[in-house]
Write a protein that binds this ligand. Structure first.
Ligand code: FMN
Length: 168
């Protein structure tokens, strides 16, 4: 049974730059009953189309992309510092090669059908609203292509409504 309980987004007090950029998150997805998670440190929290939203950026090569594209929801898991090494692992190995969550001994639970990692300290439950492939013609700063996409492995930007928050 999950030890995480629902809280309202309005009660949350965090710095998104610290939370996503420094603390990192695990993008958690599930397809055909199998879950996978990938570490991400690029993303955003904001408001669009009348909803509170989370934005994530997933490169084409990620196993996670197949999973995000195949389903209409995902979750973002945040952890305390003791899980830093686990996030390093989720950010280095692909779910194509290993069952990463099983290896870490993490457990998947569901809230309204959305998969999330029970061991997290906070989870944002997300329902996809849009998927936008980022293409080089969009760059106004010409250095971006060279610096981040020399190998052509472009990101897709997913904007998702935050439909719930779970906290320990
Ligand atoms: C700190 C950190 C941050 C990362 N941020 C992202 C990100 O925002 N987007 C992305 O596509 N990959 C990111 N990665 C790389 C993926 O986590 C990594 O390629 C992972 O192995 C992909 O797993 P998958 O193939 O199971 O999806 C990051 C890796 C680390 C270590």
């Amino acid at each position: 049974m999950s030890t995480l309980t629902p809280v309202s987004l309005e009660e949350m007090k965090f710095n998104p730059f610290e939370l996503i950029g420094k603390q990192w998150m695990a993008v958690t997805t599930e397809k055909d009953g199998h879950a996978n998670a990938m570490t991400a440190s690029w993303g955003g929290l904001g408001v669009i189309w009348g909803q509170n939203t989370a934005t994530i950026y997933v490169r084409q090569s990620r196993f996670t992309k197949e999973y995000v594209d195949a389903t209409d929801s995902f979750s973002l898991a945040f952890f305390d510092e003791s899980h830093r090494q686990d996030l390093g692992y989720l950010g280095k190995i692909s779910g194509r090669d290993e069952d990463k969550l099983a290896k870490l001994g993490y457990h998947i639970d569901h809230f309204d059908g959305i998969p999330y990692i029970e061991e997290a300290s906070m989870v944002l439950l997300c329902k996809k609203m849009s998927a936008t492939p980022i293409t080089p013609d969009q760059f106004i700063d010409p250095s971006i292509k060279e610096k981040w996409y020399a190998d052509g492995d472009l990101h897709t930007m997913y904007i998702a409504q935050i439909v719930g928050v779970l906290e320990r």
